[in-house]
Design a protein around this ligand. Structure first.
Ligand SMILES: Cc1cc2nc3c(=O)[nH]c(=O)nc-3n(C[C@H](O)[C@H](O)[C@H](O)COP(=O)(O)O)c2cc1C
Length: 395
C-alpha cells in the first residue's frame, strides 16, 4: 500500500479531519498552500450561503516540522465555523430528556436522490440527520485538503493538475483542454471565471442558466474536465486488473458525491468513432524520443498505463437533489405523503466538483508515482523519476 488516506467529520460537526500516510519526508508543505487550494473549492456561481460562513482554514496537526514533511502520517483539520450555531443539535454528549423533547431540525422526510432514506434504513436512524450530516459533500473539503498534499508532492516532480467546467445544464463550452492554465500563478485566470469555463460567452450563458434554475427552485448538473500533465510514462500496469490506472481514476471520481459518469479521452464518443480515427498513431521522434504522438484521443492512458501524454478525465455530475421546490416524499415517522425535507443547498456545484476532481486525480497519481518509484524521501524519488525519464527517451 503506497498511499492511504481517511477523512472523518459531519457537515455541521465541530471539524473535518483527514489523515494521509505515505507522503515521503522532505516535502515543503505549509498551511497557507493548503488553504489556497481549499479556497478554490468554495468558488463558483450557484453555491449556497454556507460558502460565506466557512473559511476552510486548514490546520496541520501532525507530520510536518519546520515546514517540511517528516515521512510520518500527516493529519489535517478544518473547523466548521457553522458548528457554533449547531453545537447543541450536533452535540457529542448524550442527550438529557429535556433536550430530547426539544430537539430541533429532526429529519423524518427523506430527500429523493440523497442517502437519507436508505442510510436511515441501513443504520437504523429514525432521524435522518444522522445520515445527511456525513453523506453531505461538506466532507469533500477534507478530501481537497488531503489532495492538496498530494498535489504539492506531484508539483516537485513536474506533474501539474488543473480543471475546467465543460458543461452546465444544456450549455456546453467547446474550447479545448489545451487552454487550461496549469501553473499556480496562472490558476487565478480560470478561478476568476464564475463557472470555471474557458470561453467567456459560454460562461455568461452558464451563469444565466443557473440564475433561471434558481428562480424556478430547481438545480443543475454538468460535466467537469480534470487534466494532469508532466507525467512519467508507465504509471499503472496492464499486468493485472487492479493495477490499471484508469480503474483507479474512475473509482476516485465515482466516489465523489453526485458524479454519475466518468470518461477518459474520447470516452463515450469512441462508441461512434471508426477505428481509423479513434486511436493515437505513433510517429518517428525528434531526437529526444524514439516515437511521438500527434493526438491524445486515449486521454493519456493506454493498456492501464500512462502514455506520458496529458491525462484527460471528464465526469458528469447530476443536478443536486435538494430542491427549493421540493420533490415528493413520505414522512417515515407517520407514513404520510409529504414534500421532501429542505436543507440549505446549492443550485449548482459543478465548478466546485472540478476543483475537487483535481485533488482526487492528484491522490491517485501520487499513489501511482509512489508505487512505481518508491522511496522514503522526496530527493530519492525525484532522482528515480529523472533517471526513468532518461531511460524512456532511449527506448
Ligand atoms: C461540491 C458539491 C456540493 C454539493 N452540494 C450539494 C447541495 O448543496 N445540495 C444537495 O442536495 N446536494 C449537493 N451535492 C450532492 C450530494 O452530496 C449528493 O448528491 C448526495 O450525497 C447523494 O449522493 P449521490 O448523488 O452520489 O448518490 C453536492 C456535491 C458536491 C460534489
Amino acid at each position: 500500500m503506497s498511499l492511504r488516506y481517511l477523512t472523518a467529520g459531519e457537515s455541521h460537526g465541530r471539524a473535518l479531519v483527514g489523515i494521509i500516510e505515505g507522503i515521503p519526508a522532505g516535502l515543503a508543505l505549509d498551511a497557507a498552500y493548503l488553504h489556497r487550494q481549499a479556497k478554490r473549492r468554495k468558488l463558483g456561481f450557484g453555491r449556497g450561503n454556507r460558502q460565506n460562513i466557512e473559511t476552510d482554514a486548514i490546520e496541520i496537526l501532525a507530520g510536518v516540522r519546520f515546514g517540511r514533511t517528516l515521512g510520518s502520517p500527516i493529519a489535517l483539520m478544518i473547523e466548521n465555523r457553522d458548528w457554533r450555531a449547531w453545537s447543541e443539535i450536533m452535540a457529542v454528549e448524550p442527550l438529557s430528556a429535556e433536550a430530547e423533547a426539544n430537539m430541533r431540525r429532526v429529519v423524518t422526510v427523506p430527500r429523493p436522490g440523497h442517502a437519507d432514506r436508505i442510510g436511515g434504513i441501513k443504520y437504523a436512524h429514525g432521524d435522518m440527520r444522522n445520515v445527511l450530516e456525513r453523506a453531505s459533500a461538506r466532507e469533500t473539503a477534507a478530501r481537497v485538503a488531503l489532495g492538496s498534499v498530494a498535489r504539492r508532492f506531484l508539483e516537485e516532480l513536474g506533474i501539474r493538475v488543473a480543471s475546467r467546467v465543460v458543461q452546465i445544464g444544456e450549455i456546453v463550452d467547446r474550447s479545448s483542454f489545451d487552454a487550461i492554465p496549469f501553473e499556480e500563478n496562472e490558476l487565478e485566470r480560470i478561478d476568476a471565471s464564475p463557472v470555471r469555463a474557458l470561453d467567456e460567452t459560454a460562461a455568461a450563458q452558464m451563469v444565466a442558466a443557473i440564475e433561471r434554475a434558481k428562480a424556478a427552485g430547481d438545480t443543475l448538473g454538468g460535466i467537469v474536465e480534470v487534466v494532469a500533465r508532466g507525467l512519467p510514462v508507465g504509471l499503472g500496469s496492464y499486468a493485472h486488473w487492479d493495477r490499471r490506472l484508469e480503474a483507479e481514476i474512475a473509482r476516485a471520481f465515482m466516489a465523489l458525491n453526485a458524479i454519475k459518469g466518468v470518461e477518459l479521452g474520447l470516452g463515450f464518443g469512441l462508441a461512434a468513432t471508426p477505428g481509423s480515427s479513434a486511436h493515437d498513431a505513433f510517429y518517428p521522434g525528434d531526437g529526444a524520443a524514439k516515437t511521438v504522438y500527434r493526438t491524445n484521443r486515449a486521454g493519456g492512458i493506454d493498456g492501464g498505463m500512462t502514455s506520458g501524454q496529458p491525462i484527460v478525465v471528464r465526469a458528469a455530475m447530476k443536478p443536486l437533489a435538494t430542491l427549493m421546490k421540493p420533490l415528493d416524499s413520505v414522512d417515515l415517522g407517520t407514513g404520510e405523503a409529504k414534500s421532501a425535507h429542505v436543507e440549505r443547498s446549492d443550485v449548482c456545484a459543478v465548478p466546485a466538483a472540478a476543483v475537487i476532481g483535481e485533488s482526487l486525480l492528484a491522490l491517485v497519481l501520487a499513489a501511482a508515482v509512489l508505487e512505481k518509484f518508491g522511496g522514503d524521501t522526496l530527493d530519492e524519488i525525484a532522482e528515480r523519476v529523472r533517471g526513468w525519464d532518461a531511460t524512456v527517451r532511449a527506448r
